[in-house]
Design a binder for this molecule. Structure first.
Ligand code: ATP
Ligand code: MG
Length: 407
């Protein structure tokens, strides 16, 4: 590659994602998040220009790695590989040649779109489009299609240089991580809850993961799964990772001894939600997220959701409420959590659970049942044995939570 060309990646933001008064704040957050995502790569400069972030690279061999990292930065709508070239037609052609070498010829038709900021450039935009179009055509044999091309190459003519960029690849979209504050996401180890947490991350929320388990009454697999899921999802929100693991097996046993069998599922969930509310306060989180979807299991009827939700004053966000399992699993595959969720485990709610849980428990019934035991004391005891993980999730040791559970 010739010396005068600088490799770069242009990351674009959807206009609407950055609207209104929050714009400078959003742009700043995305800038910081990009910096962090690329922190160990040879990036010579990161520049924000009119809804685009131009990432200049010391060499084009890191293109694939940068592209991989951008797939995890929310707020990036799409991005393309590009080159900064000298301000001559030959240099622009060289840039296009380099892109074609890297990305291959157009998979079908193509077009060139020129944006000429520098009106003093000798060729007009249509002239330059034709000139560069002929060049790509000669090189690849691909047909030009001005209305519905398979690939659009963009050439921007600036005052002292040109930017040539190729096929645009999809980013994760959404809002920049952090702009919407923090939520607590209840992570069970199943398919649904990681997808639910992802949805809120995509809306700009930092997530504190919370997991309840019944070890030593069940195997510790769910804890290992949740640590693994948190590791995976943490790619979206470095470096603010937090996971709280709370043993509730003893509390479940007490509830099982004190309350009628058919009510247990709702009572366990009320306990979980009370614990989550306390943790949310500690974490400064403004809402609780679950993977519930209407009608999926016994605890997820409207009546039971009401009886469960009654114990918290925080907004309960259920981003999957209208999705069915197939849709959720397809999304889990897309975001990469399915491979962990599919590992069989022992759900804490399956211990001490009756064959036929009630599907219509009223808040009054639940409250009456809770008079048979000391709810506040249970909450306090569970919280006293919680393990809080923070920082780099690849350093988190699941054994710490097991030790705390049996201490
Ligand atoms: P998932 O696939 O997420 O496990 P599910 O279909 O098994 O969901 P439930 O078991 O009824 O449904 O759980 C509903 C939601 O409650 C979960 O999505 C999760 O947010 C929360 N939840 C359930 N069990 C736990 C747990 N042990 N720890 C933390 N959260 C839990
Ligand atoms: Mg579950």
């Amino acid at each position: 590659m010739s010396r005068q060309m600088t490799s770069l990646i242009i990351a674009r933001v959807h206009e609407l994602a950055l609207k209104g008064q929050n714009r400078p704040f959003f742009k700043r957050a995305l800038y910081e998040n990009l910096r962090y995502a690329l922190r160990d790569l040879p990036v010579s400069r990161l520049q924000e220009r009119a809804l685009r972030y131009i990432i200049r690279l010391e060499d084009s061999s890191v293109w694939p790695e940068v592209a991989e990292r951008l797939r995890w930065v929310f707020g990036v709508a799409n991005f393309s590989l590009g080159l900064e070239t000298a301000l001559t037609v030959e240099a622009m052609q060289q840039g296009l040649a380099e892109l074609l070498e890297r990305q291959g010829p157009p998979p079908g038709s193509f077009r060139i779109r020129v944006k000429r900021t520098n009106k003093a450039f000798p060729l007009t935009s249509p002239e330059l489009e034709r000139e560069l179009g002929r060049f790509v055509q000669r090189r690849t044999g691909a047909p030009v299609n001005l209305t519905r091309p398979d690939v659009t190459y963009q050439v921007e003519v600036l005052y002292d240089r040109a930017l040539v960029s190729g096929e645009s690849l999809p980013g994760p979209g959404g809002l920049p991580m952090g702009v919407s504050g923090r939520v607590v996401a209840l992570l069970s180890g199943g398919y649904d809850s990681p997808v639910a947490a992802y949805r809120l991350m995509k809306r700009g929320c930092f997530v504190t993961f919370v997991h309840f388990h019944a070890y030593p009454y069940v195997r510790p697999i769910s804890i290992e799964k949740v640590v693994e899921l948190a590791r995976h999802l943490s790619r979206y929100q470095p470096p603010y990772n937090r996971l709280v693991i709370v043993p509730i097996g003893d509390a479940q046993r007490e509830i099982a001894l004190a309350a009628e069998a058919s009510l247990r599922v709702v009572l366990y969930r009320r306990l979980m939600l009370r614990l989550a509310t306390e943790i949310a306060r500690e974490e400064g989180a403004g809402a609780i997220v679950t993977g519930e979807s209407l009608g999926q299991v016994a605890s997820q009827t409207l009546e039971n959701m009401r009886a469960i939700g009654a114990v918290t004053d925080l907004p309960l966000l259920r981003p999957l409420v209208g999705n069915n399992k197939d849709e959720i699993i397809a999304e889990a595959v897309r975001i990469g959590t399915e491979r962990v969720s599919r590992i069989p485990d022992d759900d804490c709610c399956t211990v001490f659970v009756p064959l036929h849980p009630a599907t219509r428990v009223t808040t009054e019934q639940a409250e009456a049942a809770e008079r048979a035991y000391d709810v506040a004391a249970l909450v306090e005891r569970c919280l006293a044995r919680r393990t809080v993980y923070e920082g780099d999730p690849f350093r988190w040791d699941p054994l710490a939570a097991l030790a705390a559970a049996t201490a």
